[in-house]
Design a protein around this ligand. Sequence first.
Ligand SMILES: Nc1ncnc2c1ncn2[C@@H]1O[C@H](COP(=O)(O)OP(=O)(O)OP(=O)(O)O)[C@@H](O)[C@H]1O
Length: 332
Amino acid sequence: MRFERVAKRYAVGEQGPDAPAAVDELTLDVRAHEVLVLVGPSGCGKSTTLRMVNRLVEPTAGRVLLEGEDVSTVDPVELRRRIGYVIQNVGLFPHRTVAQNVATVPRLLAWDKARTRTRVNELLELVGLAPDRYAKRYPHELSGGERQRVGVARALATDPPVLLMDEPFGAVDPVGRRRLQDEFQRIQRELGTTVMLVTHDIDEAVRMADRVAVLSTGAHLEQLAPPLEIVANPATPAVADLVGRGRTARLLSLGRLERADVTAPPPANQDGGTAGVRLGDELAEVLDALTRDSAQALPVRDGDAVIGSVDAEGVLRALRRLGVVEEPATRP
Ligand SMILES: Nc1ncnc2c1ncn2[C@@H]1O[C@H](COP(=O)(O)OP(=O)(O)OP(=O)(O)O)[C@@H](O)[C@H]1O
């Protein structure tokens, strides 16, 4: 998917004559099978950008290409069957059951009953809603998180190559949100769907994304990079601002233990069992293990071999390697 110098200026009266463009000349490539997350402050143009893909909003300049095809040349109804769309509060049909909601697009496509039923059951299983318990319920008989799962199942009904998600987990409490994010990641990896997800939550962005696009007013692209790069090396003050607070915590969960963080020799009191940590573990896990075991240092394994040990100083070195702990000389 590709945005080529795409702009959207809402009509006078809607936005006012002097209002800046909602999206101002955005050029952006979304790679096949990746999760690309758009993050940025309220009103910066995230939803407008997303909605130009399925033609809920028409660009005033530039073009959006989907599998090489200019979407403005595709019939919107046909286009939306090829693109899943999930929004906050889902917009389920209140008087239709869960199964009927999930079957919305198959029914439009006139699939036969047996095929539709099989697919609906498959999808409900996929999103963790047992069909025998949930298929016949109505939306008001579900929790917010369950409704959101139905929304995801509905969007995936025809296995679309592209899925657009606008604050998909925004209405769910933090614990439920975390679980939905994890489950959605599993589903996305399984299906290989290309996903464009909008959020204003930087933590959601770095947790879900293969690449994060940080936007500022006018959908101006501040930085486009993998999560670790965004957090470790913010390219502009706006990005630094966004990742600033809690940056160390984010780096601990994004950063991995590497050989350079390990010192020899392994601690003398190691039990030869499986205690300790591994190369590639999250730094947060390493720190957890050090705290939990009240250990000065823990053995580090690479495969079956113990290659050395790591202590709190090693974790700190890892953070410095990632750039978060500035050396005193370079501190402003
Ligand atoms: N239908 C519309 N008519 C006029 N202006 C609009 C319309 N939709 C959005 N805008 C304006 O365009 C700009 C971008 O809005 P958009 O919804 O894309 O931002 P966003 O980053 O998704 O915001 P949020 O995080 O608050 O949802 C805002 O200034 C908004 O007021």
